[in-house]
Design a protein. Structure first.
Length: 269
């Protein structure tokens, strides 16, 4: 015998089942298409979808390179925008904007004019308001001797021979003369000293008795900016016989590694 509690549970289940919404039959004909969902079997929806797919798959006709062409939808489909194509009309491609050829011709003419002005030696520079016009350098006096065509147009074998003869007549040989004596200076001349001596660098010709000569040599030679300056000061202080500052510890007569060889080579040439 069913208890009162079981009767209440059964009533609740029946009530919940009655509240469920009824799903409409999306395929009343019984045809099952796995690729379609609820509502996709509507004739209007199918027609719009087929029209769109045909429009995307249709090849473009007569389109210029880089220009997207327009194609007509298949027959029986409503084109996007609600307009109906005229019967017998052919697909029409989007042409170039009006006046494009004329604009290209104008640009080409401007380029030709600019090139003509550059070849004529006169150039027009249009500067922006924020920038000053650049200075144009035009020097017609620059030599064109390296330009074969330019030289060949005005010179000949006879003119070349005459010019060579003229240059030979103007050529003069300058004989060497003795070097002038230096005046206005009382300091020793290192060039003259280098030419008067004969022994090479490092040959001892003078006696030295310096104490701690190595450290004294390094410290005192660091004062001078060059070996020539050290040699001049060395000769001014009684050198090469005397070396009060220890600039010539090896006794060769040359202070702070000064070398007379470059001066001797220059005089020998």
């Amino acid at each position: 015998m069913i208890s009162f509690r079981s009767f209440l549970v059964l009533g609740a289940v029946v009530g919940l089942a009655a509240c469920q919404p009824v799903i409409p039959d999306s395929n009343p004909g019984g045809f099952v298409d796995p690729g379609r969902g609820v509502g996709f079997d509507n004739p209007n929806t199918l027609a719009a979808r087929d029209a769109r797919e045909a429009e995307l798959a249709a090849p473009t006709v007569g389109a210029a390179p880089g220009v997207q062409a327009q194609s007509l939808p298949p027959s029986g489909a409503q084109p996007v925008g609600g307009t109906t194509p005229t019967a017998g009309a052919t697909p029409r491609a989007v042409s170039n904007p009006a006046g494009l050829d004329a604009e290209l011709a104008q640009i080409a003419a401007q380029n030709d004019a600019a090139a003509a002005q550059a070849n004529s030696g006169q150039q027009v520079v249009n500067a922006s308001p924020s920038n000053a016009a650049p200075v144009i350098l035009n020097n017609p006096g620059i030599s064109d001797e390296n330009n074969f065509d330019a030289v060949a147009s005005r010179e000949s074998i006879e003119s070349d021979a005459a010019r060579i003869q003229s240059n030979r007549q103007q050529y003069q040989v300058v004989q060497p003369t003795a070097l002038p004596s230096r005046t206005g200076s009382t300091q020793p001349n290192v060039v003259q000293y280098a030419l008067q001596t004969r022994h090479p660098k490092g040959t001892r010709v003078h006696r030295r008795f310096n104490v701690a000569s190595a450290s004294k040599f390094q410290r005192n030679c660091a004062v001078y900016s060059s070996a020539d300056e050290a040699q001049i000061d060395f000769l001014s202080r009684g050198g090469p016989e005397r070396d009060r500052r220890g600039l010539d510890p090896d006794g060769d007569g040359y202070a702070c590694n000064w070398d007379p060889a470059p001066f001797r080579r220059a005089a020998g040439n």
